[in-house]
Write a protein that binds this ligand. Structure first.
Ligand code: PLP
Length: 424
């Protein structure tokens, strides 16, 4: 037995003690806890503290942790073997379920992480259009592949390296960046780079600079610009897919992307992601076409089982419950925070409390949030038993397992802790 704590042992092993940066809690000035187990909307730490979980593994746990139906599906799949490296029926069942919800995904490819999904979709867009540049938006996060680590959101933003060292100048040159919600900026990029832009990739509702909703007409405008200039419109639904509606933000906002990327909920808490889209585009993918893409664990049977079981739980009644909880929480937070220079932004079951008077429409405003105050707020909320995203630039995720008391208790604690945080 070691005398060292889990955190001390982890720090000796893993850079920053973690296997994904935001888990280190560095930007909120807290010591990370280690999770022993999770059930419903609760986590229990190795030290025995019980926490209401507002992260839900950063989105996937939309039905709550250890849902009995999902657990049973994983156990049933496990009894038949955990990985084959060959075709198995659950891939087809999951693919059909995804396509039924998102008809724009006429064909799909299953992968193991959102990073892989977006990276592969961008390569496919380049291969299909024979153009090399991509357009992304400041503060949007599309995983950590090189092309997307330019002005990236989420942890990249939290740790002050939105454009990572290690990404070559050549790669950076091919990534054009515009401000979110600024359509004229994208028009200008198309005008300045004629016949060079392969795709525009966007978070339809941004969650990785905190929750920022698209302004009316913005996404439709991006879609039209892509059509006009022969670029593919990629909607990154890794976070929003199956969360904001049965068919994700694509359905909720009435979009017709050429390609859509999925992850998180699609794997029900196990490592699975996907990208899909127009048949003509997807047929360019190996082995039908020349654009290469592959994965040892792609379509893993346990992950397919978890994803399928989760998706089958997501019916209209569940989406209505999530929407109602979101509305209640937004109203309760607004009441608790009334008169304070904070703003609450929400779409469906995703929400952010910005330490900014708002409205927050893009990184221009996000840049002016009081991050120190957010850190104090996070620590105070944790002490009151609420585990918030450990960074200002992330969304809270409401799950079907959160009950009215959880929502009311979060709002009441937020009212107290925001006042303390602002007092310094
Ligand atoms: N795209 C979006 C919109 C995301 O939110 C994320 C992760 O948070 C990713 C891509 C990357 O997914 P992953 O962390 O599974 O690689």
């Amino acid at each position: 037995m070691s005398d060292l704590s889990w955190a001390e042992r982890a720090r000796d092993l893993f850079p920053g003690g973690v296997n994904s940066p935001v888990r280190a809690f560095r930007n909120v000035g807290a010591e990370p806890f280690f999770v022993k187990r999770a059930e419903g909307a609760r986590l229990w730490t190795e030290e025995g503290q019980e926490l209401v979980d507002w992260i839900g593994s950063w989105g996937p746990m939309v039905v709550g942790h250890l849902h009995p139906v999902v657990k049973a599906a994983i156990e049933e799949a496990l009894a038949e073997g955990s990985s084959f490296g060959a075709c198995s029926r659950r891939e087809v069942e999951l693919g059909e379920e995804i396509r039924a919800r998102m008809p724009v995904a006429e064909m799909l490819r299953l992968v193991s992480s959102g990073t892989e999904a977006t990276m592969s979709a961008a390569r496919l867009a380049r291969g299909f259009t024979n153009k090399s540049k991509i357009v992304k938006f400041r503060g949007c996060y599309h995983g950590h592949s090189d092309s997307f680590l330019i002005a990236a959101g989420s942890g990249a933003l939290t740790f002050g390296n939105p454009s990572s060292p290690g990404v070559t100048e050549g790669t950076a040159r091919d990534t054009l960046v515009a401000e979110y919600n600024d359509l004229p900026a994208v028009e200008a990029l198309f005008a300045a780079n004629p016949d060079e832009i392969a795709c525009v990739i966007v978070e339809p509702v941004a969650g990785n600079m905190g929750l920022v909703a698209p302004q009316p007409g913005y996404l439709e405008g991006l879609q039209s610009l892509c059509r006009e200039h022969g670029a593919l419109f990629i909607v990154d639904e890794v976070m929003t897919g199956f969360r904001l509606a049965r068919g994700g933000a694509t359905e909720r906002l009435g979009l017709s992307p050429d390609l859509v990327t999925l992850g998180k909920i699609a794997g029900g808490g196990l490592p699975l992601a996907a990208f899909g889209g127009r048949r003509e585009v997807m047929e360019k993918l190996s082995p039908l076409g020349p654009v290469y893409q592959a994965g040892t664990l792609s379509g893993n049977p346990l992950a397919c089982a978890a994803g399928l079981a989760t998706l089958r739980l997501l019916d209209d009644a569940l989406y209505s419950r999530l929407e109602a909880k979101g509305e209640f929480l937004e109203a309760a937070l607004n009441e608790a925070l009334a008169g304070l220079p904070l703003c609450v932004q929400r779409v469906g079951s995703m929400l952010t409390v910005f330490v900014h008077p708002g409205p927050v429409l893009s990184m221009r405003e996000v840049d002016n949030c009081d991050r120190e105050a957010f850190g104090r707020f996070f620590r105070g909320m944790l002490a009151e038993g609420h585990f918030l995203p450990p960074a200002q630039f992330e969304a809270f995720f409401i799950s079907d397992a959160h009950v009215q008391d959880d929502l009311a208790s979060l709002a009441a604690a937020a009212g107290r802790q925001a006042r303390l945080a602002l007092a310094g």
